[in-house]
Design a protein around this ligand. Structure first.
Ligand code: ZN
Length: 722
């Protein structure tokens, strides 16, 4: 049973007028609310309380208030007070959007001391004008009280809560007097360290301080809203999993205590490079890993062309993937162009219809994946390998006109090393999720905060994608998980640093993994370097050459079974292999009731960079062989069908997200899949399609249910029962 409305399934929409509210002012508001409900299938709508447009209009309101200046041109119209009662009549909750990161220079000049300052005391927004024009304020400055007043005034209009677009703690900031004073008070240190100075121990204290300052702001922001309305919702944009988190102070685990939702944007962008078709699913899994309900934001527009709707396939899959990953949906539509193009854009809403239809099965559902994936924010913040040998650029390996682009040695400074480590982490985390998507492995993301006995109970497999910076407590939890019968799959430097990134001698941990000694690191390579299996594994024969991960440790093993070895390194094209080295690529240790599978190379990084199926096949074979009961899901579907499983008290839902298309993004049309056979390790015997309402052909087979879906368009949800 849910206690608050915001715990139930929400489908959010925002109409974006980009500074010209006349389409709203000239509308029949009742008609607008009906459209929200019937066309957009939304039950929660956002309204701008302060606009986010040039030249920084965060200080102007769209509603009447004695305390704040109103956006010119609105006369005595009050957008919030006019729309809230109409929306409520139609059962729509209203959330006010408040821009809290973009202000005009003119407004900043009226309020000296509020701007975020860089180290050289120049305001951040003067060095880097926001969106080309405007500045930004500091969460520790007196601006915070202005912001809380704004929140109270917004809440007085009757809205259900606020979304804060910002504040943002910008990279290189903040060095204002208020930050200096607060830092001194909290740490006793007189001076703020230089930004990103990894050689200064107080840099990490400053990193913690920036993140905490943001959380402190949110705590007071929530209190301000709840002064007016007891169950007001309050949240902001920020919860990503990237090694750039430290630059912005992002820390979803720290922040979740002071907001109602964990939410972040996954807007589609046209890019010149490969972009995974599963970005929203990966994002959604990450956001839903905390205790709050989560939301993925999707712009219903084509990248930077806001007046062109998102192609049908992209909108549809964004909504499906957000739902399959356990998050609520949200999209913004852009006026005025939207009025003319609406007929083209609504096709993608068939998926929204399915999500609405299936809401009682989606409501408060939990992942039932047997595989857990640790996304460690501590590692994202602080991982800086002590292996200077990583400072080597591999080149693209591209061969053209008899020239091959090969690598070069880089300067071995601490900053460069950190950049390399950031690349490894981003590729490892994303690559691990991608491998699971393409391999049909349902996966539950685990944050550092939730790596505990209770949360690991339902898992059979725990994956650490180079989760390097772990606490003693986390190490103990992981070892207990294995000793009780779990399987651990980890790679590279997992657990070799403490939670602040300090290299640590953890003999018990290395013993546990089967490592006697680390001799060093192989030169990073993407050319002619390989590893071989010592015996046939799955469909891959012994001695078949498998591309080596770019980065790999040279390890001596103790008390473990070696199942793959690196070849002697070459890193030179068109050269004969020079035999197998003594260094293992993969080894397996039995530990009490469980097992550890350890990869000496960054296998997930390589999958994310090169998408090599052999790497995926190898991981799948190892899971099938060593995890009790084998793979949770087996299917004849291609990797372009992602499969997730979630459950609530109404049953278990199997989410089938089809991204089969024209092998490019943006995806226009999805190509349907037919006669897809799915076998799941679960004790059920009946399967029903929620899109058609029809029962599917199914049977029980050796502790598994096997069913066939005749056709999967963009998205299907199969309900298991019986
Ligand atoms: Zn400051």
């Amino acid at each position: 049973m849910i206690k608050y409305w915001w715990e139930g399934p929400l489908r959010m929409v925002r109409r974006d007028y980009i500074g010209d509210f006349s389409p709203f002012l000239n509308s029949n508001l009742d008609k607008l609310a009906k459209e929200t409900k019937r066309v957009w299938k939304a039950n929660c709508e956002w309204i701008m309380a302060t606009p986010g447009c040039a030249p920084g209009t965060g200080h102007l309101t769209t509603f009447n208030s004695d305390k704040f200046e109103k956006l010119p041109g609105l006369g005595n119209r009050d957008l919030l007070r006019e729309y809230v009662p109409v929306a409520k009549k139609h059962g729509i909750h209203v959330i006010a959007y408040i821009n809290m990161h973009w202000y005009s220079y003119e407004f900043a000049e009226k309020n000296p001391g509020w701007e975020q300052l860089c180290e050289d005391t120049v305001p951040y927004g003067r060095k880097h004008p926001l969106y080309g024009n405007g500045t930004t304020f500091c969460v520790n400055s007196p601006w915070r009280n202005w912001a809380f007043d704004m929140i109270e005034e917004v809440m007085k209009t009757g809205v259900d809560g606020c979304f804060l677009d910002g504040p943002v703690v910008y990279p290189g900031a903040c060095y204002c007097q208020y930050c200096k004073e607060k830092f001194r008070r909290l740490t006793g240190l007189e001076k703020l360290p230089a930004f990103l100075d990894w050689s200064d121990p107080s840099w990490k204290k400053f990193a913690e301080f920036r993140s905490q300052s943001w959380a402190d702001f949110m705590k007071d922001a929530m209190a301000a809203a709840r002064k007016i309305k007891q169950d007001a919702v309050m949240f902001l944009n920020g919860g990503v999993f990237s090694a750039s988190n430290i630059l912005f102070g992002y820390d979803a685990g720290r922040m979740e205590n002071f907001q109602t939702f964990t939410a972040a944007e996954d807007f589609f962008h046209c890019t010149e490079y490969y972009r995974s078709p599963y970005t929203t699913l990966n994002f959604s899994r990450f956001l839903s890993a905390g205790k709050n309900p989560s939301v993925v934001f999707t712009h219903h527009c084509l990248s930077t062309w806001h007046y062109v709707p998102l192609p049908e396939g992209e909108l549809s899959t964004a909504l499906a993937q957000a739902t399959a990953g356990g998050s609520n949906t949200w999209f913004a539509i852009f006026y005025p162009a939207f009025e003319k193009t609406k007929k083209y854009a609504t096709d993608g809403l068939k998926t929204a219809c399915l999500i609405e239809k299936a809401e009682k099965y989606i409501d408060t559902s939990q992942s039932c994946a047997e595989t857990g994936l640790l996304i460690s924010n501590r590692t994202l913040y602080y991982y800086n390998s002590t292996h200077q040998g990583l400072c080597y650029e591999t080149g693209s390996g591209k061969e053209q006109g008899l020239i091959m682009e090969s690598g070069k040695q880089l300067t071995k400074d601490i900053k460069k090393l950190r950049e390399i480590c950031e690349g490894i982490l981003n590729n490892e985390n994303n690559g691990c999720m991608e491998l699971c998507n393409f391999g049909h492995i349902p996966v539950r993301v685990i944050w550092d905060e939730y790596l505990n006995e209770e949360n690991l109970k339902s898992l059979k497999l725990l994956v650490l994608p180079n989760s390097a910076c772990l606490s003693e407590k986390q190490i103990e939890t992981i070892m207990n998980f294995v000793n009780r019968g779990g399987v651990l799959l980890c790679d590279f430097e997992s657990g070799m640093y403490d939670e602040y990134g300090n290299k640590i001698e953890r003999k018990n941990w290395l013993d546990f993994l089967g490592i006697e000694k680390i001799d060093g690191i192989f030169r990073p390579s993407r050319i002619e370097d390989y590893f071989v299996l010592t015996r046939k594994t799955g469909s891959i024969d012994k001695d078949i050459l498998i591309p080596r991960p770019v980065n790999a440790l040279a390890i001596r093993v103790k008390d473990a079974e070696i199942i793959a070895k690196f070849l002697n390194p070459l890193n030179l094209a068109y050269t004969q292999p020079q035999g197998v080295s003594d260094y293992p690529a993969i080894f397996i240790s039995k530990r009490q009731k469980g097992k550890v599978i350890y990869f000496a190379g960054t296998i997930f990084e390589s999958f994310n960079k090169f998408h090599i199926d052999m790497h995926k096949q190898l991981i799948l074979s190892l899971i099938k062989k060593y995890v009790p009961g084998g793979l949770q899901i087996e299917t004849n579907a291609p990797g372009s069908l992602a499969i997730e499983m979630r459950k609530n008290e109404k049953g278990v839902c199997v989410h089938l997200v089809n991204v089969t298309s024209e092998m490019k993004r943006p995806i226009d049309k999805i190509i349907p899949l037919t006669d897809i056979r799915v076998s799941i390790k679960i004790n059920y015997s009946r399967a029903r399609s929620l899109s058609s309402g029809k029962m599917l052909k199914s049977k029980r087979e050796k502790g598994r249910i096997v069913f066939v879906v005749p056709e999967i368009k963009d998205y299907e949800i199969v309900l298991l029962s019986g």
